[in-house]
Design a protein around this ligand. Structure first.
Ligand SMILES: Cc1cc2nc3c(=O)[nH]c(=O)nc-3n(C[C@H](O)[C@H](O)[C@H](O)COP(=O)(O)OP(=O)(O)OC[C@H]3O[C@@H](n4cnc5c(N)ncnc54)[C@H](O)[C@@H]3O)c2cc1C
Length: 517
């Protein structure tokens, strides 16, 4: 879309197309406000496609005594499990306990008891050594005392963002990717009256009018609006992951364990047909405009933990298919180590700009409500919809076309909502087959290519579908077929396709390959 042609007057402009911006967009449009969302790169390009993909209460916050954050997160988890079927799934964890380990059995028992108490559902169980090895045969047996099973949930993080954005657009909002906020305009009383936007590729600029700007730019938040608190600033903390095919780590359930090097909690999580191993927590010193990447030291750290917990699998780096890294927006006084920093969000207000940063994927709805409340004085008077209204359009088990299993249909609905029927209506039967090693079906590719504002090949392969993370060499072996499927529904010429494939593979090798120089 040409920037010059967009509507010039808005109730609210949201800057940032991650989960925070997308959640605010959803709440704002639902409340009837005329809302524009802009994202400087692709939707979910920032931290929100690079998380550990957990919708969780956060056992770690309990350990730190932060009951309020755990309680809030557990409640949101339960709500998302109810309202986002197909997108947010229950995820069972197994946690082995070793004899010399701290925290030991009793500490974990108390923690998990509180965890269940908060959700009102009794889910955790303790197994003795032999019983635990029966359900988790690959974990190291030496020194094992027993282990716990407990419940959390998981999501496709980028699809969560996209679902929020697409449902808001269907209700009348406008979301533009590759559009950056470059300057706020203020009136003579210093109140915000507009914002200057730039198409990051054509360099076209436009100024639109608005009385409220929501700065939901995560780790970039202080670039648009510096912290009003002299001693509290954003501390970008990188977390990296390694991805293995399921055949290398054949677990059915997530396994949580403690790093042999520093005792930090780690996990191996089955996700979308692969297994994600994570994560690290270190200061990110690289420029924020660059695609973040796991360093060799981080990869060695993650692999060391996996080798120690799954010794019989004889894992090597050659087994991994990809790595990815994200940068946590953490608001800090700089007094504690990275992994002790609070994950709570902050709201800063300044004459028509509301900044909301920090927080978690899990609590995006709470962040959205807090942000809208903070900006209320700048919004036209409206009757607000109750926060208890469902977040997403509910799944309706309509006629499932071409004999698609109900489970697959629900999963597609989780990702695409009502648009699932559009996708399936146009899909020949062979496009309903799954792509081996993933939970993606071929029909998703041409649908996303034609309906989901793709500008570059990495938008399609890393965020609309997750093939770039799940298959070796970023799915290189399938690129020919992907091109054949998508080229007829896109405006890219042969030359553009050639260039996009080269750029994608170069970027993948530099930032997503598990074998770092
Ligand atoms: C390694 C890791 C693991 C995590 N795991 C979990 C987890 O399992 N569960 C959980 O609940 N949370 C998790 N989190 C936290 C969660 O991912 C983040 O809190 C959340 O994604 C932040 O979302 P956001 O929208 O605020 O920021 P982002 O997703 O970074 O979005 C901000 C967006 O703003 C855009 N932007 C910046 N400047 C401009 C501008 N001037 N104009 C336009 N756009 C701009 C950026 O390009 C970016 O896309 C994890 C974080 C990390 C790093």
């Amino acid at each position: 879309m040409n920037l010059e042609s967009i509507e010039k007057n808005w109730d609210m402009v949201i800057v940032g197309g991650g989960v925070t911006g997308a959640g605010i967009f959803r709440e704002s449009v639902r409340n009837g406000f005329k809302t524009l969302l802009i994202e400087q790169k692709d939707f979910a390009w920032g931290t929100s496609s690079r998380s550990s993909k957990l919708v969780h209460g956060g056992l770690r916050y309990l350990k730190e005594g932060n009951f309020a954050l755990t309680r809030e997160s557990v409640k949101e988890r339960e709500r998302l499990l109810r309202e986002a079927a197909g997108l947010v799934h229950p995820l069972e964890f197994h946690l082995p306990i070793y004899k010399d380990q701290n925290p030991g059995v009793w500490t974990m028992k108390i923690g998990l008891f509180i965890y269940d108490l908060i959700s009102g559902k009794w889910r955790h169980r303790y197994y003795g050594k032999n019983a635990f090895l029966k359900i988790e045969p690959f974990v190291a047996a030496c020194g094992l005392a027993g282990g716990f099973a407990f419940s959390d949930a998981q999501v496709d993080d980028a699809r969560l963002v996209l679902r929020l954005i697409h449902e808001s657009e269907r209700l009348g909002g406008l979301a533009l990717n590759y559009t950056r906020a470059i300057r706020l305009e203020r009136d003579r009383n210093k109140n915000v009256c507009g914002i200057v936007l730039e198409d990051t590729e054509s360099r076209e600029t436009v100024c639109v009018n608005t009385r409220l700007v929501i700065n939901a730019t995560g780790v970039w938040a202080e670039e648009l609006q510096p912290s009003p608190e002299k001693h509290r600033h954003l501390r970008p903390l990188r977390g990296s992951h390694l991805v293995f095919p399921k055949k290398a780590i054949p677990i059915e359930t997530a396994v949580s364990f403690f790093s042999p090097r520093d005792g930090r909690q780690q996990f191996a999580i089955p996700w979308e047909g692969a297994v994600v191993l994570g994560t690290t927590d270190i200061d990110h010193k690289e420029p924020l405009c660059q695609e973040p990447a796991a360093t060799r030291a981080e990869i060695e750290y993650l692999l060391e933990g996996a080798i120690r917990i799954f010794p019989s699998l004889r894992l090597t780096l050659a087994d991994a298919v990809s790595s990815f890294a994200g940068v946590r927006p953490v608001v800090s006084e700089g007094k504690v180590s990275a992994d002790q920093e609070s994950r709570e969000h902050v709201i800063w207000k300044d004459r028509g700009v509301v900044t909301v940063t920090g927080g978690k994927l899990t609590t995006f709805r709470i962040l959205a409500q807090d942000a809208l409340l903070a900006g209320r004085d700048y919004l036209p008077e409206k009757r607000w919809t109750a926060p208890s209204e469902p977040i997403f359009e509910p799944w309706t088990p309509e006629v499932v076309s071409a004999g698609l299993p109900v489970e697959t249909h629900q999963k597609l609905w989780g990702r695409y909502g009502k648009e699932t029927s559009v996708m399936l209506a146009n899909a020949p039967v062979d496009h309903l087959q799954g792509i081996s090693g993933t939970h993606t079906i071929w029909a998703e590719l041409p649908y996303a290519a034609s309906h989901e504002k793709i500008r570059h090949l990495d938008d399609l392969l890393l965020r609309r579908v997750r093939i770039g993370l799940l298959l070796s060499e970023g799915g290189r072996a399938h690129l020919h077929q992907i091109r054949a499927l998508c080229q007829p529904v896109m405006s890219w010429s042969d030359a553009v396709w050639d260039r996009e494939i080269d750029d994608y593979l170069r970027m993948w090798r530099a930032c997503y390959s598990p074998c770092r120089p």
